[in-house]
Design a protein around this ligand. Structure first.
Ligand SMILES: Nc1ncnc2c1ncn2[C@@H]1O[C@H](COP(=O)(O)OP(=O)(O)O)[C@@H](O)[C@H]1O
Ligand SMILES: Nc1ccn([C@@H]2O[C@H](COP(=O)(O)OP(=O)(O)O)[C@@H](O)[C@H]2O)c(=O)n1
Ligand SMILES: [Mg+2]
Length: 217
C-alpha cells in the first residue's frame, strides 16, 4: 500500500458523484457489532471500512473548528449534522485507492440518508442490518473498554432512543427497496460472521462449495 507505483496508478476524483464507488451501509444499534464484523469483511472481501463515528472522533482529536460541537453531540448521543459527516466520508473515500467501501454507522437518520443521496447520487449496493436485543447491546457497550465518552449508561440509553426513533426508519426505508440483509447479531462473533459471509460470497462460489461438501460426504 502507498508505494510510488501504486499512487501513480491511482485515479483522482474530485467528488463522490464522480468516483461512484460501490457502497455497503452497515447499520445496527450501538454495540450490535458493526465495527467487529466490518473488520472481518475487510479481511476476506477486499472492502475498505469507514466508520462514521471513528471519523467524527478523529475530527475532534484533530482540533478542527467543529470539534467541540461534535464532542458535545456524541456525549449526548445526538446525530451530528449530515453536512459535517458527509464531508468527512467524502474526503476519506476520495483519498483511498479502492472502489468498495463499507460505511459503518451511516446513514443514522433520514437527514443523513437524503443528504448523502442528494450529494453523491450513490445508492448502496446493499444494507447490512445487525439485529441485536438491547440488553445484549448494553452489556457489550458497558465492557467495550475503549475509553469512549459515550459508553456510559446515561448516554447509552439516549443512543438507544435515537436508534429506535431515527435510525430504524432508515433501515425500514431500505427494506422497502429490497436492499436490507438482516443478520442475527446476538450470537457469538464467529457465528455472526458465518452469516455475513454467505451474503458476500458470490453465488457461483457457494454452488462450488456445496458440490465439494456433498462429494466429501
Ligand atoms: N457477536 C458478539 N458477541 C459478543 N461480543 C461482541 C460481539 N460482537 C462485538 N462484540 C463486542 O461488543 C463490543 C461492541 O462491538 P462493536 O463492534 O464495537 O459494535 P458497534 O460498532 O456496533 O458499536 C466490543 O467490545 C466487541 O468486542
Ligand atoms: N452518522 C453518524 C454516526 C455517528 N455519529 C455520532 O457518533 C456517535 C458514535 O457512533 P459510532 O457509530 O461510533 O457508535 P457505535 O454504534 O459503533 O457504538 C453516535 O452516537 C453519534 O453521536 C453521528 O452523529 N452520525
Ligand atoms: Mg462502532
Amino acid at each position: 500500500m502507498g508505494s510510488a507505483a501504486e499512487s501513480a496508478t491511482m485515479t483522482t476524483h474530485r467528488s463522490l458523484a464522480e468516483k461512484k464507488p460501490t457502497v455497503v451501509f452497515v447499520l445496527g444499534g450501538p454495540g450490535s457489532g458493526k465495527g467487529t464484523q466490518c473488520a472481518n469483511i475487510v479481511e476476506h472481501f477486499g472492502y475498505t471500512h469507514l466508520s462514521a463515528g471513528d471519523l467524527l472522533r478523529e475530527e475532534i482529536k484533530s482540533g478542527s473548528e467543529n470539534g467541540t460541537m461534535i464532542q458535545t453531540m456524541i456525549k449526548e448521543g445526538k446525530i451530528v449534522p449530515s453536512e459535517v459527516t458527509i464531508k468527512l466520508l467524502e474526503k476519506a473515500i476520495l483519498g483511498i485507492d479502492n472502489d468498495k467501501f463499507l460505511i459503518d454507522g451511516f446513514p443514522r437518520n433520514e437527514e443523513n440518508r437524503a443528504a448523502f443521496e442528494a450529494v453523491t447520487k450513490i445508492e448502496p449496493e446493499l444494507v447490512l442490518f445487525f439485529d441485536c436485543p438491547e440488553e445484549e447491546m448494553e452489556r457489550r457497550l458497558l465492557c467495550r473498554n475503549q475509553g469512549r465518552e459515550d459508553d456510559n449508561i446515561e448516554t447509552i440509553r439516549k443512543r438507544f432512543k435515537v436508534f429506535l426513533d431515527s435510525s430504524l426508519p432508515v433501515v425500514e426505508y431500505y427494506a422497502a427497496k429490497g436492499k436490507v440483509k438482516k443478520i442475527d447479531a446476538s450470537k457469538p462473533v464467529q457465528e455472526v460472521f458465518a452469516a455475513v459471509k454467505t451474503i458476500f460470497t458470490p453465488k457461483d462460489d457457494k454452488a462450488a462449495n456445496n458440490v465439494k461438501e456433498s462429494h466429501g460426504k
